[in-house]
Structures are given as C-alpha cells and as structure tokens.
Design a protein around this ligand. Structure first.
Ligand code: RB5
Length: 169
C-alpha cells in the first residue's frame, strides 16, 4: 500500500471552522497532519496561510495541502503563485477527482463560508483517494512548470534591470 501523504492544513479566519472540521475527520482516519494555522477566528490575511501551506507542501512529493478561506478563491490565487504548487479550488466530488487525475493538484482548496459537512467529507475523501493518470496530462503539467520557469525568469530579469536603473539615477 502506498505511504499515506502528510497533510498540511491551513486557513484564514473565514476558513477556520471548515479547517477544524477537516482536521477532525482526517484524524479519525489516522492521516498524519500538520496544521500551520490560523488557530482562531481572529481576522488574518489568507495569503500568509496560503504561503505557509505551499512552502510545506513543496518540501516533499509525499505531502498534500488542504487550504481554506471564505470562498477558497483568494487562497487558491495566492497558493498558485508559488512555483511547484497546483492548487485546485473544488466544490464537488467530480472536480475533486479530476483535479488529481488530470492536474495532479497538490493543494485542495475549499470555501468555508458556508460549508456543508457531508459535501466536505466526500470531497476530501475522493481527493485523497484519487490517482494521477499521467500520459497526456503529464505533458500538460510539464508545460505548466515551463510557464513558471519562463515568467519567473522574466520577473527576476525585470527586477535586475530596475535595480540597475535605480543605481544609475
Ligand atoms: C476574508 O474576509 C475573505 O475575503 C477571505 O476568506 C476569502 O474569501 C478571500 O478570497
């Protein structure tokens, strides 16, 4: 049997309740977990927690992230800025399955305002049990990592040029 992934959990305040619900469900199933916060309903900023989850997930292939905020939108936008992260905002079991089979998503993003316990349980279970299909999908993922290289490279080059111009002025 393949080794169970380490699940990295993170949320902002609006995703806190759904994160706590998922945590309880995963603990019942004995998944190894790491919760990077937030740990209360006190207002925080979702990019900070998206970054924490993303940095933990990319440390190792056998790690997956589950990230939540109010809608899931902000957290997924932020997480997808981090190279190596494929964060999928999902609201049903079909998309949960396809986000793994086709996109090999390494972060599942869910909206917590509002959330339905049964739907959340089902989505999380399907997501954790699905397998990447490879083949033509692998080729497409390679193209995504090429985009990261191409545009990250470009961003760094712009920064260097700006730095050079600032020194001259
Ligand atoms: C926080 O109020 C809310 O904006 C955030 O949780 C999320 O929904 C953003 O996309």
């Amino acid at each position: 049997m393949p080794k169970r992934p380490l699940i990295i959990l993170g949320s902002d305040h609006a995703g806190f309740k759904i994160k706590e619900f998922i945590k309880k469900e995963l603990l019942k199933k004995n998944y190894p977990l790491q919760d990077v916060g937030t740990f209360s309903l006190k207002r925080v900023d979702y990019p900070d927690f998206a970054e924490k989850v993303a940095l933990e997930v990319r440390k190792d292939k056998n790690r997956k992230g589950i990230l939540t905020c109010g809608t899931g939108i902000g957290a997924s936008i932020a997480a997808n800025k981090i190279p190596g992260i494929r964060a999928a905002l999902v609201s049903n079991t079909k998309d949960a399955r396809l986000s793994i089979e086709h996109n090999n998503a390494n972060v599942l993003v869910l909206g917590g305002r509002p959330f339905n316990k049964e739907n959340t349980r089902r989505i999380t279970n399907v997501w954790l049990k699905s397998a990447f299909q490879g083949g033509r999908h692998q080729r497409r993922l390679k193209k995504i990592s090429n985009l990261e290289k191409k545009y990250l490279g470009a961003a760094e080059q712009t920064k260097r040029i700006q730095g050079f111009q600032e020194k001259r002025t």
